[in-house]
Design a protein around this ligand. Sequence first.
Ligand code: AQP
Length: 333
Amino acid sequence: MPTQRVFSGIQPSGIPQLGNYLGAIRHWVRLQSDYSCLFCLVDMHAITVWQNPEELRHHTLTQAAVLLASGIDAQKHILFNQSAVFAHARLGWIFNCITRLGWLNRMTQFKDKTGKDRENYSSGLYVYPNLMAADILAYKATHVPVGEDQKQHLELTNDIAQKFNHDYSVAFFPQVKPLIPPTAARIMSLRDGTKKMSKSDPSSQSRIDLTDDADTIRLKIRRAKTDTAPLPDHSNDLTERPEAKNLVSIYAALTNTTIDHVLETYQGKGFSVFKEDLTEVVINAIVPIGQEAIRLLKNETYLLEILRNGADRASTLANPVVSEVEKIVGFLS
Ligand code: AQP
């Protein structure tokens, strides 16, 4: 088993969507051959915004089923839900006491999420990056796969590790390296090409859920917002056409090619032809995963057992690290 350790997290804040798959899950599947991996369903992060308890439970199980159906190997690697491993909360609190308010105030994701209404958001959302640092450092993970939007949080993780080491005069936490996927696709909403596709978007028409069936995918792509112009011959000419660019990016990501290569085939054509072909590409990639996930979801006991086993193995790794941290801090052991 490789010695370099990867920690990856996904929030069970909804049914995983195509953006989660193209931006994260399919890269995680590939990482399994080179790293020892922890895949965490970060339910504690999810409740930083309100989650209906029944739905949270269902989404956590669905997330587990989708990851397994996508090719995550829960025997060779570790798949678990965050709240089942107490080390995250223990270390998260210590990091709340390490992180400076000024550092958190600079986090752009918090500002983007809360906008002008920040007074009404939870304090959990504000300290989210501290818990994320604990997720990673409780395992002394060496690498974390990150999209553009998480880079700043990973830098903060390294700042927290460094400050802890400095404040307690130890060389305890290592610096963590980002793993940027070679083709980092940022998938946008099907209704608004300037907004990220999100599992918690109130409009189900804005995204493709990984459990959607072929007819639903067909309908969502048919209704996806576009414009009237034919497709251009170069990606530069898509800059002002976010919806068109998004659909071409999805096609390129799923066929492992570039936007320009897709445009070589479709330049001059209208969206009716392109959307039909895109629909087939999406159905071929997603529907088998969805069908397998739905099959797995019928056996809740099996999924719970996988997560319980994962949590036990994760605790075995994290508990000694966090106990050592607590000793360094001066807690009685
Ligand atoms: N639209 C996207 N395009 C590319 N990558 C994406 N990711 C999410 N949406 C897209 C990547 O998926 C990983 C896990 O995401 P997460 O669930 O932990 O958080 P998120 O980014 O907040 O995902 P959502 O779907 O937008 O959830 P909600 O609606 O709850 O906020 C991350 O690596 C992320 O980059």
